[in-house]
Write a protein that binds this ligand. Structure first.
Ligand SMILES: Cc1cc2nc3c(=O)[nH]c(=O)nc-3n(C[C@H](O)[C@H](O)[C@H](O)COP(=O)(O)O)c2cc1C
Length: 191
């Protein structure tokens, strides 16, 4: 059972990887699932220029790899910042390329920003529950405080971070629970 942890920003000097590493550190203490970090910056995903359902669409190798990683994931955690009251365009674009890879998969959201990224968090929740077939679980982290004030480059907390740590444990408990439950249902081919 694999849960992908997605870094949702790509700009130079970004801080979202710190948050994703903080998630990965806590996740790696769990023996009940494998976690895999997927950084959007590592994939060449151009702006969508043809419909995802086109049979002969021309995908870059990077887009193909990205979609392949999503297909292999049983559950997902998206780590996002808030840009202009919503999610970063690179994150939206990466998901606009999908075509069936997310069907019946649970997704947890971890957001940050000046106001904990709450608007991006809610927009992302709405997007995940659209035509993509995934569903956003209720447990979430709206990160309290500024990431650069509390996490170093490796995702280690530099201050007492109990409030955020507790929210993250809640997210991990629930994303693992839903991923297990749905993976088991798929294996039993419940119709
Ligand atoms: C283009 C841009 C727009 C932003 N707009 C918002 C915003 O609307 N609300 C907010 O809380 N933070 C906003 N921020 C602050 C970001 O959430 C914060 O800088 C965060 O660290 C960005 O993630 P990144 O460093 O991984 O790019 C914005 C940042 C950028 C670069």
């Amino acid at each position: 059972m694999t849960i992908a942890v997605i870094v949702g920003t790509t700009r130079q000097g970004r801080v979202t990887p710190r948050l994703a590493k903080w998630v990965m550190q806590a996740a790696q203490n769990r023996s009940d699932a494998q976690f895999k970090l997927l950084d959007l910056k590592d994939y060449d995903i151009p702006l969508l220029n043809e419909a995802p359902w086109e049979a002969n669409r021309q995908l870059t190798q990077g887009t193909r790899q990205w979609l392949g990683e999503l297909q292999e994931a049983d559950g997902i955690i998206i780590v996002t910042a808030e840009y202009n009251h919503t999610i970063p365009a690179v994150l939206k674009n990466a998901f606009d390329h999908t075509h069936g890879e997310l069907i019946r998969k649970p997704v947890a959201i971890v957001s940050h920003g000046v106001n904990s990224g709450v608007r991006a968090n809610e927009h992302l929740r709405q997007m995940l529950n659209s035509n993509m077939g995934s569903f956003a679980i209720s447990a979430t982290v709206t990160y309290f405080g500024k990431v650069t004030d509390s996490l170093d480059e490796q995702g280690n907390s530099s201050i007492d971070n109990q409030l955020n740590d507790d929210k993250l444990q809640n997210v991990l408990n629930d994303i693992i629970w839903y991923t297990k439950a749905l993976t088991s249902a798929k294996q039993q081919d419940i119709s």
